[in-house]
Design a binder for this molecule. Structure first.
Ligand SMILES: NC(=O)c1ccc[n+]([C@@H]2O[C@H](COP(=O)([O-])OP(=O)(O)OC[C@H]3O[C@@H](n4cnc5c(N)ncnc54)[C@H](OP(=O)(O)O)[C@@H]3O)[C@@H](O)[C@H]2O)c1
Length: 271
């Protein structure tokens, strides 16, 4: 596991500071970012970002200085317009987190000699518990590679892939994954209510159970999930009664279909 490390004085331009851009910026600030982060965002920044002396809020692409890294965190449908408005220095590493936007697409905008990295982060990045997967184009040097690893490690765990085609399945699993876990809290809450618990009580029990289980999986990160599950399951007990239903194949089937739908959507967005 990577542990979050303070960011060396990298200069960063962040284009788009919505849910994901904001989550990453929170992660960098929490990691002790000291160099200015130039944030191009048409809307307001939340007060804790707007009042942070490191954050320089810009409203116009022409005001962007040359930076080591430019992070593109706008919606995929805004990428073409945003790229067209940017005048990039050839030395600036472009790091895009836009779902479904391929490296070749950015090479069309910035030239096929420009260093470009495509990343798929997830929202736990805001509390340094993110999972980011990266893929680089041919112009990315060892230094760029280290720069991106360093930047994203400040927001959690980092993995690299060589095959860009894997990014669709990555998007489906870890990019969208936090939503599936939050949905698990919702379905466990509803099931608790149907078993007779008061709604607020069920909500609290479901939430804390997911939090505690995730923390246990982290604390025992070398123990496979299967073992952690078996540790809670006594033969003939209550957990086994529930798992006999959960593990009859339907849940696996639902998750496989869900991730296949997300993978297919990611491929569609890439066209
Ligand atoms: N959310 C996730 O869990 C997640 C996970 C992995 C990857 N991603 C990727 O991250 C990217 C951002 O997603 P998001 O969920 O953070 O979306 P979002 O909350 O809508 O954030 C996008 C931000 O970009 C701003 N923006 C729009 N046009 C701009 C421009 N021309 N220049 C600068 N900023 C501009 C938007 O401002 P306005 O709202 O005022 O238009 C908004 O604040 C997407 O490409 C998505 O695929 C998201």
């Amino acid at each position: 596991m990577n542990t979050p490390s303070p960011i060396d004085p990298l200069s960063i331009a962040l284009i788009g500071c919505g849910k994901m851009g904001g989550a990453m910026l929170h992660g960098w600030l929490a990691a002790g970012m000291t160099h200015a982060a130039y944030v191009l965002e048409p809307g307001h920044l939340p007060p804790e970002l707007a009042h942070n002396p490191v954050v320089k809020h810009l409203h116009n692409a022409d005001a962007l200085p040359i930076t080591d890294v430019l992070v593109l965190a706008v919606k995929p449908q805004s990428i073409a317009e945003v790229c067209a408005s940017l005048k990039l220095d050839p030395s600036t590493l472009v790091l895009s987190i836009a779902a479904g936007q391929k490296l070749a697409n950015f090479e069309k905008h910035f030239g096929d000699t420009h260093p470009i990295i495509r990343a798929m982060p997830n929202t736990p990045a805001s509390i340094a518990k993110g999972m980011t997967v990266l893929v680089a184009n041919k112009n990315v040097t060892k230094d760029h590679h280290e720069m991106a690893t360093q930047l994203l490690s400040a927001t959690g765990h980092v993995e690299w892939v060589k095959d860009e085609d894997l990014m669709d399945a990555v998007t489906a699993l870890s990019g969208s994954g936090p939503a599936y876990v939050f949905h698990l809290i919702e379905v466990m809450t509803q099931a608790g209510i149907e078993c007779g618990l008061d709604a607020d009580f069920a909500k609290s029990l479901a939430r804390q159970t997911v939090i505690g289980s995730a923390a246990l999986a982290e604390a025992e990160h070398e123990t496979p999930a299967e073992h952690l599950r078996k540790n809670v399951t006594s033969p003939g007990g209550t957990t086994e009664a529930a798992l006999n239903i959960l593990m009859n194949g339907e849940m696996q089937d639902i998750f496989t279909r869900a991730l296949m739908a997300a993978t297919a959507r990611s491929k569609e967005l890439s066209k």
